[in-house]
Write a protein of this length. Structure first.
Length: 173
């Protein structure tokens, strides 16, 4: 019984500590908000969606099942990665949805049609340089809860606080 308690504490600690260590605490969002973000991004069947900070894989599964997109998630938390892989496998989406455990600043995102992010303001300011450098023209970035500094969104859902950007971004002075 003590062994199970210690295992629970270890897994819980990894669940919270590892993402927080990198400045991206795990905070899930409602499926209705995810769906609206993917609609705002005009995600189409056959397109490629990357979820940077993929958490438990819920965005990947929805994008694959409801929108027909091929998806790739990148998540730093090892427990979230394991849960994400399991959720993808159990959902039957494993041929369309993939997840990689690692740092999304090191991920190759050049083939993304849509990039989904739900991060903190400190992360978006750091990430915008990578997105501007690596994404091709016409790629879209959809962000929940926080905007990118110096970029003008092409669309905003003010009720759900969702921002859409099209590459190359329009710069705000």
């Amino acid at each position: 019984m003590i062994g199970l308690g210690l295992l629970f504490l270890l897994v819980s600690g990894l669940w919270l500590f590892v993402p927080a260590l990198y400045g991206v605490p795990w905070i899930p969002t409602r499926e209705s908000r995810i769906r609206r973000a993917l609609q705002l991004a005009r995600l189409q069947a056959g397109e490629s969606l990357y979820d940077l900070g993929a958490g438990d894989g819920r965005v990947l599964i929805m994008a694959a099942k409801e929108f027909g997109a091929g998806t790739m998630g990148v998540e730093i938390g090892p427990v979230q990665c394991a849960v994400g892989w399991l959720r993808i496998w159990l959902s039957g989406s494993r041929h369309q949805a993939r997840m990689r455990c690692g740092n999304f600043y090191h991920a190759d995102i050049a083939d993304a049609d849509v990039v989904f992010v739900y991060l903190t303001s400190s992360q978006t300011s750091r990430l915008q340089e990578k997105l501007a450098r690596e994404l091709r023209p016409s790629a879209r970035v959809v962000s929940i809860a926080v905007d990118f500094p110096n970029w003008q969104p092409s669309k905003v859902d003010r009720e759900l606080l969702i921002f859409l950007y099209e590459m190359p971004p329009v710069l705000v002075e």
